[in-house]
Design a protein around this ligand. Structure first.
Ligand code: FES
Ligand SMILES: [Fe+2]
Length: 335
């Protein structure tokens, strides 16, 4: 079953879909910082200018090929190539060449569209090289519980395709077995409009055997997938009234053989949250510990699974095919 497709992977579609993809955590990149990156089979460089702008460009200097991610430095709003000190601005254009009054007109590095959302630095990748054709919302983090939650880059989950990872949100039947939860049921209509796939789920208590449409029991989990590279999940449980747990998950392909799984968990506290500070901290620290360990619950499945094009779906399964139909817009058949 685990046959290799014409794309050289176990998936029958291109390994590098279109969308916004995490390439770093915003609070781990200070002004003046520079990081070599490799994503989408390309050498890239990520840096933050002195005024605070995060920029991603192609890595190699068009002059004589030095990598701008090693031994380079930031001067104001430019990155300086370590080899002959040509300086490149945030638009990718060369701004100065030492000992020379003119700048060769083709002295330019490709700049990748970049935004910062939910403390993640998100890069736009499109197989057809188009400019971004949708924006990510600016999520409001008012009420964020300072110092709670976790963030982590996993490079140990093999090469799951982003589509396969985000399918988790609609894979109702995996919650009890993989995440030791109660039964997961639909909690309202799916919305698959444009570049957002929204799916609300209710997780019933493990010892509950009443009607599954009872809205007064269990936890709510609202997941949304935004384009081909990012998912955001909001959940609330009656155990912690007034607190919302938020996850951001982005899966960024490095190559056909490796994906980076970026995850951040944070908590928002309602202004009228009835919990004391101690109760809120007790919940968030437990949820952070649990949440960090839980990433492996799925992470140990992904490296070894096959992609089943025509799955044998049963009555307990979520809207998996609807989700796949929606996601297909992000991997047109381009080899
Ligand atoms: S290789 Fe970059 S300035 Fe020469
Ligand atoms: Fe899962």
């Amino acid at each position: 079953m685990n046959k290799i497709s014409k794309f050289g992977t176990r998936y029958p579609f291109h390994p590098f879909p279109t969308g916004w993809f995490a390439v770093g955590f915003a609070n781990e990149l200070a002004p003046g910082d520079i990081r070599p990156l490799r994503y989408f089979d390309r050498d890239l460089v990520l840096f933050r200018t002195q005024s605070g702008k995060a920029v991603v460009t192609d890595a190699h200097c068009p002059h004589l090929g030095a990598h701008l991610g090693y031994e380079s430095w930031i001067e104001g709003e430019t990155i300086v190539c370590p080899f002959h000190q040509w300086r490149y601005g945030v638009d990718g254009a060369c701004k100065s060449v030492p000992f020379s009054k003119s700048i060769p007109p083709r002295a330019k590095v490709k700049v990748w569209p970049t935004v910062e959302r939910g403390n993640m630095i998100m890069l736009w990748h499109d197989l057809a090289d188009r400019e971004p054709f949708f924006e990510l919302p600016e999520w409001d983090e008012t009420g964020r519980v300072e110092g709670a939650g976790f963030q982590k880059l996993h490079d140990d989950f093999g090469s799951p395709h982003p589509q396969d990872v985000f399918e988790n949100g609609v894979d109702f039947a995996h919650f009890p077995g993989v995440h030791s939860s109660g039964q997961a049921v639909s909690d309202g209509p799916i919305k698959a409009d444009g570049h957002r796939f929204y799916s609300p789920v209710r997780i019933l208590p493990t010892d509950y055997d009443g009607p599954t449409d009872n809205k007064s029991v269990g936890s709510t989990v609202e997941s949304e997938v935004l384009g081909g590279g990012l998912s955001r999940v909001e959940s609330r449980t009656p155990h912690a009234p007034g607190l919302t747990t938020i996850y951001y998950v982005s899966v960024t392909p490095v190559s056909a053989e490796l994906s980076h799984y970026w995850v951040r968990q944070t908590f928002l506290r309602d202004a009228d949250c009835p919990l004391s500070d101690e109760q809120a901290m007790a919940f968030t620290s437990l949820a952070a510990k649990h949440g960090e360990a839980e990433q492996w619950s799925d992470g140990k499945i992904w490296p070894h699974k096959a992609y089943v094009e025509r799955p044998l779906l049963g009555a307990a399964d979520g809207p998996i095919l609807k989700y796949r139909d929606w996601y297909a817009q992000y991997h047109p058949e381009i080899a």
